[in-house]
Design a protein around this ligand. Structure first.
Ligand SMILES: [Zn+2]
Length: 179
């Protein structure tokens, strides 16, 4: 069982069906990871070809995120954002701004491994799933219903918080109770 440490404040999306979802082009793995950290459903494969990406976008109503002008030109009938920036931090900002998603950010609500929405895990249920010292110090736990990974508040807290603060800004972060 692999477990991942997260922030001490974990939020859960109220209504996943209404949320914006994405399919992310192969070269943009870091963007996909951070969209998931911010709580967005972002499908990513390092091996998916153009046709596969377009098919998935169409079939599941996902917005395609790419830096490839050739792929963007082929994206007829699907939502597509052609990213300008090379830096993942700026790419995240481009996505949030272009789709007006700053109010939809729900950090630490999604499994970083398989993209599923996390569920609260009662403390008693967590006891046998994490190391004893983690069980002692962690304030709360979440579990991925898909792969079973357990998440809890941890030492990555400060690093992630400052990066998030940098990306989405003080005002928006505060509004969601992030900081
Ligand atoms: Zn998972």
């Amino acid at each position: 069982m692999q477990a991942i440490e997260l922030n001490d404040k974990i939020f859960y999306p109220d209504d996943e069906s209404a949320a914006m979802t994405f399919v992310v082009d192969c070269m943009l793995g870091k963007l996909a990871k951070w969209l998931k950290i911010l709580g967005f459903d972002a499908v990513y494969s390092s091996r998916a070809g153009d046709d596969e990406l377009l098919r998935l976008a169409q079939k599941e109503g996902r917005a395609l995120l790419t830096r490839d002008t050739g792929l963007a030109a082929k994206a007829r009938g699907v939502k597509c954002l052609l990213l300008r920036s090379q830096r993942w931090q700026d790419q995240v900002r481009e996505v949030l701004d272009d789709f007006n998603l700053r109010g939809e950010v729900v950090p630490y609500s999604r499994c970083l491994a398989c993209n599923a929405g996390l569920k609260p895990l009662p403390r008693t249920s967590a006891k046998n799933l994490v190391a004893p010292f983690v069980y002692e110090y962690a304030g709360g736990f979440s579990i991925c219903p898909s792969c079973g990974r357990v998440y809890w508040p941890g030492t990555h807290f400060h690093d992630m918080e400052s990066r998030l603060k940098d990306i989405i800004g003080d005002k928006d972060a505060g509004k969601k109770g992030l900081l």
